[in-house]
Design a protein around this ligand. Structure first.
Ligand code: SAM
Ligand code: SF4
Length: 321
């Protein structure tokens, strides 16, 4: 079992398989980065899998594949199957912008993927074009329908932003409710890579809008989920991810692996250790020591609220969000 210095059990590994993306979301990667990590620096699926086996043996029970856009990586279903075959009981999930999901959902499901979180920030094509800087909405919505059709459990992430999609909070919520999908509103997190004009919305503003339409009650946190859950009086459950809140980090159980092999104890901080060298040398004991050291040095909490609006230098497309 992996336990950090604050007595939190770490059993959730997020694996970013690429930093590349086919969208240019205003809050994440508004411009193509000056240079991408060269392909030869990215760990192969076999190398990532060699580390994942160690992590599972040490007690990891949940793995989320993310990116950049994970579906840009060819043969992702084969990677999913490698993990599933090693430990079928693993809670195996993915986060995707859903653009390429229509053609891949069935293969991913067959390979052992259980759940998927998709990003839907708007239901208006012209707003999607503004946010992702590409005409994406039809493909995204078709991808979501296909994921539901093949039996994947789908959750939706929405980043509410003033002047962009703040008028669609209830519409996107309704779209999710009609399809029995939980929606989680993610408070925009400041970062130096985002468009400086983005103004996010905080949970009290979101709850004001939702409260104008529905009665709701606070259900608090659910296990290790970063999401604060609420339930409308007619029974629909929705979440808000509030990283600026004081108690956000109390139940954190996650670490992150980048496509280059950086093992990252906290999304907020720049600190990380590489598992690339030991894995490429076949030194599994060395990689396990790096894993234990990263868990040991996991910070108690992020500093989003203390920074008073100053941006973190972490790119979400590198760490997988
Ligand atoms: N490309 C996939 C997607 O968009 O779902 C997976 C990677 S993306 C980095 C993972 C999550 O991070 C998405 O739900 C996205 O909305 C969220 N995200 C990215 N930048 C963010 C920011 N500045 N603030 C809050 N959430 C952010
Ligand atoms: Fe790409 Fe996801 Fe970042 Fe949007 S949020 S640019 S889809 S990685």
């Amino acid at each position: 079992m992996l336990v950090d210095s604050y007595n939190r059990t770490v059993d959730y590994l997020r694996v970013s398989v690429t930093e590349r993306c086919n969208f240019r979301c205003q809050y994440c990667m508004p411009e193509k980065p000056f240079s991408w990590v060269p392909k030869e620096n990215i760990l192969s699926f076999e190398e990532l899998f060699a580390f994942i086996k160690i992590a599972i043996d040490e007690g990891v029970k949940k793995i989320r594949i993310t990116g950049g856009e994970p579906l840009l990586r060819e043969d992702l279903d084969k990677f999913v199957k490698m993990i599933f075959d090693y430990e079928p009981s693993i809670d195996l999930a993915m986060t995707s912008n859903a653009y390429l999901l229509k053609g891949t959902a069935q293969k991913l499901k067959d390979a052992g993927l259980k759940r998927i979180n998709v990003s839907i920030d708007t239901l208006k094509p012209e707003v999607a074009l503004k946010i992702a800087q590409k005409d994406v909405l039809d493909n995204v919505l078709e991808g979501v329908e296909e994921a539901l059709r093949v039996g994947l459990k789908v959750k939706v992430n929405m980043v509410p932003m003033k002047g962009l999609n703040d008028g669609e909070i209830l519409d996107v919520m309704e779209y999710c409710r009609e399809r029995d999908m939980t929606i989680r509103f993610i408070e925009y997190m400041e970062n130096v890579h985002a468009n400086v004009d983005i103004k996010g919305m905080k949970s009290d503003e979101l709850l004001d809008i939702i409260g104008g339409e529905y009665g709701y009650k606070d259900e608090g946190f659910d296990g290790h989920s970063p999401s604060h859950y609420y339930k409308t009086d007619d029974g629909y459950r929705f979440g808000i991810i509030e990283p600026y809140e004081d108690d956000f980090c109390k139940t954190c159980n996650r670490i992150r692996l980048s496509a280059e092999g950086q093992l990252i104890p906290c999304l907020y901080f720049d600190e990380a250790m590489s598992i690339k060298e030991p894995i490429q040398r076949g030194d599994l004991k060395g990689a396990a020591l790096v894993l234990k050291e990263v868990v040991r040095t996991k910070p108690e909490k992020n500093r989003w609220s203390e920074d008073d609006g100053e941006a973190s230098s972490r790119a979400f497309y590198e760490t997988g969000g």
